[in-house]
Write a protein of this length. Structure first.
Length: 218
């Protein structure tokens, strides 16, 4: 039976949120902060913030873009910062570099805004991840589907979104297991293409469940 020797272990993650001694009250200070803040800070304000913003009907999916819009009143910059698709990044260093480039270019192009005081300071925070086994695993696709229904949103985020940084691949834990353990590349490909920006985490679960059930019926 496929998958018996390499079961999928379901985990969840808790995050210790720490406020850094770093604030920005202008775009110039924000650009400097992006350069010196920790990788855990970049993770918190992009990958981790996506799960929080999933429940918003307005605004953007990362904290940097949201601040540029709400506190700086710079919608054009906010749109640029929001345009980064975290599914394309397997390195926080690369994501940081791309965001720094956008902010620095904007400040250079609009120097009158670079030193302008914002409505609200940006407080840089960081998330320290602690992974916790849930005590159950899956050895078949059917068992995986049963386990999927029991996962919290935190666990879904850990396996489906944050996993790209851990795997250093443009994929997720679920798809990686489907393809490399169960030998189901088509299911892996379809799961990889679930849109995490237009679907909530519950929506991701529903779509993934439908894909698995279709696979089980073939």
């Amino acid at each position: 039976m496929q998958g018996i020797e390499s079961p999928f272990q379901f985990l969840t993650a808790s995050y210790l949120i720490r406020v850094q001694n770093l604030r920005a009250t202008t775009l110039a200070e924000f650009a400097a902060g992006l350069e010196t803040c920790s990788d855990a800070c970049i993770f918190f304000h992009t990958f981790q913030s996506l799960s929080r913003h999933h429940f918003l009907t307005e605004g953007f999916s990362n904290d940097f873009a949201q601040w540029a819009l709400a506190a700086c009143n710079r919608p054009e910059l906010a749109e640029q910062l929001a345009s980064f698709d975290i599914r394309e990044y397997t390195s926080l260093a690369k994501l940081r570099a791309d965001m720094r480039r956008v902010v620095n270019d904007y400040c250079e192009l609009h120097p009158q805004f670079a030193a302008q005081q914002t409505f609200e300071a940006f407080g840089f925070c960081e998330a320290i991840e602690v992974a916790i086994p849930l005590g159950f695993d899956a050895r078949t696709l059917r068992e995986f589907n049963e386990g999927l229904q029991k996962l919290s949103r935190a666990s879904l985020h850990y396996h489906f979104i944050a996993s790209r940084l851990r795997l250093h691949l443009q994929t997720n834990d679920f798809s990686n297991w489907f393809e490399n353990t169960l030998g189901l590349p088509n299911l892996a490909h379809r799961a990889d293409h679930i849109d995490i920006y237009t679907s909530t985490l519950e929506g991701v679960r529903l779509i993934l469940t439908q894909l698995i059930e279709k696979e089980l019926c073939t």
